[in-house]
Design a protein around this ligand. Structure first.
Ligand code: GLV
Length: 311
């Protein structure tokens, strides 16, 4: 019998995931790591930011499935090379993140925010329209999430560029830049910078004093990837100096964001608690279920994490 162990968070959360998997695969044994520890030996693990103790308790795992897109919460030094790790691909996350990006773009352009203030004063005043060509958007990262974000903003009429690690053909209507050599040109035309990169040694701190200085004046930053992509002090400085008008941030170096972090009270920084793309239980479990079935039948399984790239 196939045994699946769930280690995604609190006992309640593990139980909720276990219930969904039990419905999808009534003939599998589904157990929660918080309840069984090392007493049941599982074939597969479903994880989110797992403790390294999981790998000590379950050294026989055949494969690991991450319920999110980013795998930086897994300590790969604890996972034997022979054990493949798969990540969830989209499963309803990309569209949420595209919507979040649109929200960020409308904060940047001030398209709607002033009207809330006006309503307070019963003030009927129509503001100047937005000219989209004045708001070129740059998307860093072009996996399934970046593609959806770019596609939606392109559909809304914004000029869109993307920046990727290695060169590939440009998608229609989108300027594609690649590698370290393409970064400056990309930044120079990204008044709104949107980050959906995976966190790797190469991308850590990529949004820093030097890169922020290359954004056009009156720029805006939207981060929905990982906190350590940004050097926090450099972002604050770029805003306080008047170079950028603000930022929308969903992710932070330490989460929850510390109570005394200056982001909380900065008037031009908008904060959300890591909700730009949440794993939806049913579609995510369905995808993992299909991946495991394919794995068991020795068919190709997509979403394999390449350890040297970390995505
Ligand atoms: C969320 O942050 C994810 O990586 O899926």
């Amino acid at each position: 019998m196939t045994t699946l162990i769930i280690a995604v968070g609190s006992p309640e959360s593990n139980q909720r995931w276990a219930t969904v998997f039990s419905q999808l695969a009534p003939d599998w044994q589904i157990v929660c790591w918080d309840k069984v520890g090392s007493t049941v030996k599982a074939d597969f693990a479903v994880v989110w930011r797992p403790s390294t103790q999981l790998f000590q308790d379950q050294p026989q795992l055949r494969a690991i499935f991450n319920v999110g897109a980013g795998v930086d919460g897994i300590d790969f030094t604890q996972v034997p090379e022979t054990v493949p790790v798969y990540r969830v691909e989209d499963a309803g996350m990309a569209v949420q993140m595209a919507e979040y990006a649109v929200h960020g773009v409308s904060l940047a352009t001030q398209r709607f925010a002033p009207y809330a203030e006006q309503q307070q004063h019963k003030n009927w005043k129509q503001r100047d329209p937005i000219y989209r060509h004045e708001w070129p958007v740059g998307v860093m990262g072009y996996g399934q999430i970046g593609q959806k974000v770019a596609q939606v903003l392109q559909l809304l009429g914004y000029p869109v560029s993307v920046w990727v690690r290695s060169d590939r053909p440009s998608p229609e209507g989108i300027d594609l830049f690649s590698g370290p050599q393409g970064l400056s040109d990309f930044l120079e035309q990204s008044r709104i910078l949107i980050n959906v990169l995976p966190l790797t040694e190469e991308t850590r701190g990529i949004i820093n004093k030097a890169s922020l200085a290359q954004l056009p004046a009156q720029g805006f930053v939207i981060n929905m990837a990982r906190g350590p992509h940004i050097v926090d002090e450099d972002l604050i400085e770029a805003i306080d100096s008047g170079h950028l008008t603000g930022a929308l941030l969903d992710v932070f170096h330490v989460e929850p964001l510390a109570q005394d972090h200056p982001f909380w009270s900065h008037p031009a920084i908008h904060i959300t608690p890591h909700i730009s793309g949440v794993s939806l239980r049913e579609p995510t479990a369905q995808q993992i279920h299909s991946k495991i079935k394919a794995f068991l039948q020795s068919e190709p399984v997509s979403g394999l994490v390449e350890r040297d790239r970390m995505y």
